[in-house]
Write a protein that binds this ligand. Structure first.
Ligand SMILES: Nc1ncnc2c1ncn2[C@@H]1O[C@H](COP(=O)(O)OP(=O)(O)OP(=O)(O)O)[C@@H](O)[C@H]1O
Ligand SMILES: [Mg+2]
Length: 590
């Protein structure tokens, strides 16, 4: 049961309508009750006025009858008002609560989709956009489920019931009374559009301000060390000046809303009094009818104004849902094609692999081939930008190759269960990333069920344990934004511990010892040698010292292998490796 079936994107939400149909139906029924009761009040007031008038005109002579009539009416009015208020409360409880439930579902749905999507998707979309879908856009859509539906129902009930009642009493007066209402509705609609447009601009400036502030805060040390705080202040000042002007524009439009409504309600009231007065004088209606009509007019104006508002809510929800759908329909490029579990031993082969990053069009690997057996250690060396990290990304299947094949245990990587593949890889990325959490949880990330002993062991293997216990809170020290700032080398080693604790079949270290000194490097490499005995290990580095013990070393330049072999083989051949070795030997001696 779509509420605004003409909206295409919103059709996607029909499944939520059916999920919550009972709640919504109850909500609609309650709305009906609430408004129906409220609409009894004008009639009662009309009757009371007429009774008083009749007594005054001598039509009824018995004062006690009039008094008991009036008392009766007053009690009924109070009863109807209380009940209607109670139902209004229930109406909000059901419909608005339902809209919150749907908002919750939709947010989860989008978040789950985000988790499915591949890296490429994240590179093509800005973080701000991703955040907006899940917060701004979802809340716009919620307005459609909540207020839009509630007010539409409200309006329909009020309208149908009131108009039937009014026409039953007096056709001419009803026609005149309703005359200004469409004008009201249309002008509110036009005004709402202006308000929405301006509030979108205000929102944009708010995001710009936040982004600006956020960036300056995270780059505060650079800002200060370059002494450009003043420039930052000026830039922020300019932005917030424009933002202020846009806000004032918005408030000017918003300020018109109520005066406009009051003006048009006033117009209707004047019409009722004038036309009603004429008809009263002509003896066609009673004085009570005029009062009754004035009440109807005042009850109807808000819903009529709301029509305009609701229309623009629905339009916004449609636009938001369209953006949400775009993301929901997006299929991840890297998909798990195999449902059955795969056992992975860890032999890796690249066969004529060519890979181009499709956003930059850089061909990072060109016809690359190499092979490592299970349990062996491969080292990759090469200048910056030569394609080392790209090789690692392909092994973890963060991207799929354009041509050629990546084989794991002799099988094409695409024919291996993706979850199992990723489970069997311990990946230490080039840039260590720690979550804003304790050190312990950051390490445990690799293995949720790890015991404390296991955590300590992993930290010892990564040669970080002695640093951790020096912190006041040890393993419970908070790191990240609001916690302790760790040095680059400490972060790298925690990130190594995280990979080790997973006890994977394949260990990948992407230049992750770059920030530690050579002695620490030596210690860690020795430890790694012990723990990775039967694991396939890939080490990317710029240092000969890190790679010399590997079973096999490959040197990459511009996405192709220019040298390969063991340390002993390479060190005696003229070429990149020998030069690097001599150069680093010299540095060490100096
Ligand atoms: N995510 C990406 N999107 C687009 N292009 C990329 C991406 N990552 C790397 N590249 C490009 O691919 C090429 C190889 O990059 P890669 O990161 O593999 O180099 P690297 O050998 O790891 O370098 P470094 O030693 O500096 O880490 C570079 O030219 C780089 O600009
Ligand atoms: Mg790299």
């Amino acid at each position: 049961m779509p509420f605004f079936p003409f909206m295409k994107a919103l059709k996607y939400l029909n499944k939520y309508f059916s999920k919550y149909k009972y709640r919504l139906l109850i909500g609609i029924f309650i709305t009906f009750c609430s408004k129906y009761l409220a609409l009894q009040i004008p009639q009662l007031i009309s009757k009371s006025l007429d009774a008083a008038q009749d007594y005054k005109n001598g039509i009824i002579t018995d004062l006690t009858i009039v008094k008991s009539d009036l008392l009766n009416n007053i009690l009924l009015i109070i009863g109807a008002a209380l009940l209607s208020g109670f139902f209004t409360f229930l109406m909000r409880q059901t419909i608005i609560v339902t809209s919150r439930l749907i908002e919750f579902d939709l947010k989860n749905e989008i978040y789950q989709q985000y988790q499915r999507l591949s890296l490429n998707f994240y590179k093509k979309n800005k973080t701000g956009d991703l955040m907006n879908r899940i917060s701004e856009d979802v809340s716009k859509v919620r307005m459609y489920f909540g207020p839009a539906i509630m007010y539409t129902m409200n309006m329909l009930v009020l309208f149908i019931v009131a108009i039937i009642k009014m026409y039953n009493i007096d056709t001419t007066l009803t026609n005149y009374t309703l005359l200004p209402l469409p004008v009201l509705s249309i002008s509110i609609y036009l005004l709402s559009r202006v308000i929405n447009k301006r509030s979108m601009i205000v929102q944009q400036y708010l995001s710009k301000l936040t982004a600006n502030a956020q960036e300056t805060f995270s780059g505060i040390s650079i800002l200060k060390s370059y002494g450009i705080e003043k420039n930052a202040i000026v830039e922020f000042g300019n932005l917030s000046e424009t933002s202020k002007e846009k806000n004032i524009d918005l408030f000017k439009a918003q300020a018109l809303f109520f005066p406009l409504m009051i003006l048009l309600i006033g117009l209707s009231n004047i019409l009722v009094i004038y036309i009603g007065g004429l008809r009263y004088i002509a003896g066609e209606i009673s004085i009570g009818v005029i009062a009754e009509f004035i009440m109807y007019v005042n009850m109807l104006t808000w819903p009529v104004a709301v029509v305009g508002w609701v229309t623009s809510i629905v339009q916004q929800a449609e636009a938001s849902q369209e953006r949400i759908n775009e993301f929901l329909k997006h299929e991840p490029e890297i998909k798990n094609l195999i449902e059955t579990p795969s056992t992975i031993h860890g032999a890796i082969e690249f066969k004529n692999v060519t890979f181009t990053y499709d956003d930059t069009n850089i061909t990072a690997l060109k016809n690359l081939s190499f092979k490592i057996k299970q349990g062996e250690t491969l080292a990759i060396l090469g200048n910056t930008g030569s394609g080392k990290s790209t090789i690692l990304n392909l092994i973890a299947r963060l991207y799929d190759v354009d041509s050629g094949e990546v084989l794991i245990d002799g099988k094409n990587i695409k024919s291996i269960n993706l979850d199992d593949l990723r489970q069997s890889i311990g990946f230490v990325p080039q840039e260590a990333f720690l979550f804003s959490d304790t050190i312990k949880n950051n390490i445990k990330f690799g293995d949720d069920n790890a015991s404390d002993d296991k955590i300590v062991q992993a930290a010892k293997d990564a040669y970080i344990h002695h640093n951790i216990i020096d912190f006041n809170k040890g393993y419970d020290t908070y790191v990240g934004e609001r916690g302790v700032t760790l040095s680059g080398g400490q972060k790298q080693r925690i990130s190594i511990a995280r990979a080790l604790i997973k006890e994977p079949k394949i260990l990948i270290f992407d230049d992750c010892l770059s920030a530690v000194d050579t002695e620490t490097e030596e210690i860690i490499l020795n430890n790694l040698y012990k723990v990775s005995l039967n694991k396939t290990t890939i080490i990317v580095s710029h240092r000969v010292s890190s790679v010399k013990n590997a079973d096999k070393i490959i040197v990459i330049e511009n996405g192709t292998i220019i040298q390969q072999g063991s340390h002993n083989e390479l060190v005696n051949k003229p070429g990149y490796y020998k030069e690097l070795y001599n150069q680093q030997l010299l540095e060490k001696e100096l």
